[in-house]
Design a protein around this ligand. Structure first.
Ligand SMILES: Nc1ncnc2c1ncn2[C@@H]1O[C@H](COP(=O)(O)OP(=O)(O)O)[C@@H](O)[C@H]1O
Ligand SMILES: [Mg+2]
Length: 233
């Protein structure tokens, strides 16, 4: 066995077809790439190119029709549901365009949720969640509910929630899509800071070349195929 650590994420010839009437439409047409630990990568492609479909397959929310997805060296593409849920909780943090926080919980409670699910980290979930909210600049908003926070603040809570379990990779689908330009820029600067400080691996899907330019590498997707950036530099 080699001593090279497994990449944070590897896709091997991932295909995904969906039925459309009596036909099968191929949405992902054989995607292969590798992302090493500590990389900050953008998945850039126009609307409809398959970004959300690919993130869904990576996150185990969807199954590839064929091909493999390896998270930290673990093949999740044909894993059973129970085990998959566990691996997903441990290895992946997710951030969505629409924030997807639990509206009835405070910021602090939202960030605690994945720690209660995983029971992975020692010590108090509350303490870890507080530290993470401090890292995203929200120490003064711990007891606010999502409805009492701005969009930019809600997305920072979502990033804290995604990072609090120290996952192998954080994947974000159009994370600035519901923010104005100024707040989008602030969020991307924050992600770059967090990434540099914690060495967390980030994969951010966007249709916007300006957003993608914040990342150190760009995976370019066009009509279900990667056209550039599949290997770490
Ligand atoms: N559930 C579905 N059934 C059929 N087609 C779908 C479904 N989801 C997505 N598609 C199609 O797959 C393509 C890629 O969609 P998507 O992954 O959402 O792209 P992106 O996130 O890059 O905008 C689009 O042509 C879309 O219409
Ligand atoms: Mg999308």
């Amino acid at each position: 066995m080699g001593t090279t650590p497994a990449p944070a994420l590897e896709a091997r010839d991932v295909r995904r077809s969906l039925p459309l009437g009596r036909e099968q439409v191929e949405i992902l047409k054989g995607i292969s790439f590798r992302i090493d630990h500590g990389e900050f990568v953008a998945l850039l492609g126009p609307s409809g190119s398959g970004k959300s479909t690919l993130l869904g397959v990576i996150a185990g929310l969807d199954r590839p029709t064929s091909g493999q997805v390896l998270l930290d060296g673990i093949d999740v593409s044909r894993m059973g549901e129970g085990k998959l849920a566990e691996v997903r909780n441990q290895k992946i943090g997710m951030v969505f365009q629409a924030f997807n926080l639990i509206p009835t919980l405070t910021a602090l409670e939202n960030v605690e949720v994945p720690l209660y699910v995983s029971r992975r980290r020692d010590g108090s979930p509350s303490k870890h969640a507080r530290q993470m909210l401090e890292a995203v600049g929200l120490s003064h908003r711990l007891q606010h509910r999502p409805g009492q926070l701005s969009g930019g603040e809600q997305q920072r809570v979502a990033i804290a929630r995604a990072m609090v379990t120290e996952p192998a990779i954080v994947i974000a689908d159009e994370p600035t899509g519901n923010l104005d330009a100024a707040n989008g820029d602030k969020l991307l600067a924050l992600i770059a800071d967090l990434q540099a400080q914690s060495n967390t691996t980030f994969l951010i899907a966007t249709h916007d070349a300006d957003v993608a330019s914040h990342a150190a590498r760009q995976l370019k997707l066009s009509d279900g195929l990667l056209v550039d950036g599949a290997e770490p530099r």
